[in-house]
Design a binder for this molecule. Structure first.
Ligand code: PEP
Ligand code: MG
Length: 579
């Protein structure tokens, strides 16, 4: 048995068999062989090459006359297959490191791929695709009919990977992938957010988990404590089976919150809305009692389809509105970039979170932006739609976006297409410059939504996805609290709505502080709504305000966290299991 500690990013406990996501979603069932298996393994590899060559030769013959380019590509693959350096490196891996043939192929080709990726050239990018193809080809041959991919899983597994992109996470089927653990990542990365949205336990930043397990191993993922237990002994398994039952009991208790009003003990109403990434989440948001959608992260529409057109966008928004009835839907315009990119939208940047992300990207691609704006505005004729612009850092940016929206409105008007002329336009406050000058923005928008995930990373200079600096990512750092106060004050003076849609809004520990600071609207992952409501219903606003005052006077985040822990232990005894 071995226990590995990482960062808990999605609560829950799961015990299951491992599926290692090694390469392009092909499962490598075993990594190492015994000494006496080396020669047969080398022979197996050689047979696989011969077979792959034969298959390829057949393909070349088939497409040859019809499609010239395709046959050229296949020819390149053929040459790569025969490449003696590549072959001897793979053989060396089998002979010297006792790798299985599959694992040796995957390691060697991945090393080449990484080298090419670092060269950042479109011509070389093509060669990377070739190497991926070759890898798939040999692996498919080696694994024969046993190729198992994420798409062909038949039994539930626990996914272990070096990294998962947000779009890979978005495509997981929670019935089959019951939890995941990765080597890298941070608590507010979009992959982590996706795990919470899917309601599957997850732990990240485990450093080398992906090379410490093999397919079929049994592991426990504890998404509360951020622990993964490899090869658990009988006692640990029994303990964790009990814990799973405890979690189920708590979940049943929490469900009772769904029909209750979201109100503090002293009668202040706190709106709890849902953050969604995919339209299919809206159903659970509504059934878990969300008072509307406070954040629809529409970039996942782009991760889903290479080039979504206006209809594709519109159909997504219409589907969400249908489920929502007369509840409001806040659609955030594209926030691509940062940790969210696709083959189509690849951003080769040194510092992607400080680069051409979000509204900056939309300004650089007005064609892409306009398509989405048209779809949002058309949807506004069907329900209570609000339009929200992310990553605004300067008034000029806001005005530029507003100008583009006006142009699209005029366009729709001249085409006789319906939209809501009074649609509320608001902005995310997630860049420190926007929070510091919130008064200048407040008179220009209808609402603010504070994106603490980014506000924290940008104000503390801590990459939200980087496990090496995760300790510095402090939601209650005095600087962050002051930015929250400034934003709330500006919103109050201009009498505009303000909500908070970052992940800290779903943390029971922070809720009394946020309510005490003055937040009356939160938007959180749907699965967290019952728990958030339960905390809200245990708070008295005047006490929370005094707590907030004490926190604001503290000059370090650790002291604030201690204060919040003590307060919660005394005032929220029922909910203490979470921490
Ligand atoms: C945020 O930054 O807090 C936010 C809600 O947006 P995202 O997590 O999508 O960047
Ligand atoms: Mg953000």
């Amino acid at each position: 048995m071995e226990l590995k500690k990482g960062i808990p990013v999605s609560p829950g406990i799961v015990i299951g068999q491992v599926f290692v996501l090694d390469t392009e979603e092909i499962r490598i069932p075993q990594r190492f062989i015994e000494k006496e298996e080396i020669d047969p393994e080398l022979a197996r590899f050689e047979c696989a090459i011969v077979l792959a060559e034969k298959n390829l030769a057949r393909e070349i013959k088939k497409v040859g006359k019809k499609i010239g380019v395709a046959s050229q590509i296949l020819e390149i693959h053929h040459q790569l297959l025969r490449d003696s350096i590549l072959q001897s490196e793979i053989q060396k891996g089998i002979r010297e490191n006792q790798y299985t043939a599959e694992y040796a192929v995957s390691r060697v080709l991945n090393r080449y791929i990484k080298q090419l990726q670092s060269m950042d050239s479109p011509i070389i990018a093509e060669r990377i695709h070739d190497l991926y193809d070759i890898e798939r080809l040999i692996l498919n041959t080696l694994l024969g009919g046993r190729v198992e991919t994420l798409q062909t899983l038949e039994e539930s597994v626990v996914l272990i990977a070096r990294n998962l992109t947000p779009s890979q996470a978005a495509s997981l089927d929670p019935k089959l992938v019951t939890g995941f653990a990765t080597d890298v990542g941070g608590k507010t990365s979009h992959t982590a957010i996706m795990a919470r949205a899917l309601g599957i336990p997850a732990v990240v930043a485990l450093e080398n988990i992906s090379t410490s397990v093999a397919g079929g191993d049994v592991v426990i993922i504890d998404g509360f404590r951020g622990v993964v237990i490899l090869d658990p002994d009988k006692r640990t398994l029994a303990e964790y089976r009990d814990k799973v039952q405890d979690v189920e009991r708590v979940a049943i208790r929490l469900k009772k919150q769904i029909g209750l009003v979201s109100e503090t003990i002293d009668g202040y109403s706190i709106d709890v809305k849902a953050n969604i990434e995919l339209p299919q989440e809206v159903h659970s948001a509504v059934s878990l009692g969300a008072a509307g959608i406070g954040l629809f992260r529409t970039e996942f529409i782009h991760l889903d389809s290479a080039r979504p057109d206006e209809e594709f966008h519109f159909n997504h928004y219409r589907a969400v509105l249908r489920e929502l009835g007369d509840q409001p839907l806040t659609i955030r315009t594209l926030d691509l970039g940062g940790d969210k990119s696709t083959d189509e939208f690849a951003f080769n940047e040194e510092n992607p979170f400080l680069g051409c992300r979000s509204i900056r990207y939309c300004f650089s691609r007005p064609d892409v932006f306009r398509v989405q704006l048209r779809a949002i505005l058309r949807a506004s004729a069907l329900g209570r739609v609000k339009l929200m612009i992310p990553m605004i850092g300067a008034v000029s940016e806001l005005e530029k976006a507003q100008h583009m929206i006006e142009q699209v409105c005029e366009e729709l008007q001249s085409e006789g297409i319906a939209y809501d002329p009074d649609i509320e336009i608001g902005m995310m406050v997630e860049v420190p410059s926007a929070a510091i000058t919130a008064d200048m923005f407040a008179s220009r928008v209808k609402f603010f939504s504070v994106g603490t995930n980014d506000l924290i990373q940008y104000s503390l200079a801590v990459d939200r996805t980087n496990e090496h600096v995760a300790e510095l990512y402090d939601p209650v750092h005095p600087a962050v609290l002051r930015l929250l106060v400034q934003t709330l004050d500006a919103a109050e003076k201009s009498e505009i709505d303000v909500s908070l849609c970052g992940e800290m809004g779903a943390e029971p520990l922070f809720l009394p502080l946020l309510v005490g600071l003055g937040f009356r609207c939160l938007s959180v992952t749907p699965q967290r709504i019952p728990e958030v409501k339960q905390v809200i219903r245990s708070i008295q606003v005047n006490e929370a305000a005094r707590l907030a005052d004490r926190c604001l006077a503290m000059c370090d985040g650790f002291a604030v966290t201690r204060e919040l822990r003590d307060w919660s232990r005394q005032n929220l005894p029922d909910i203490g299991y979470v921490w």
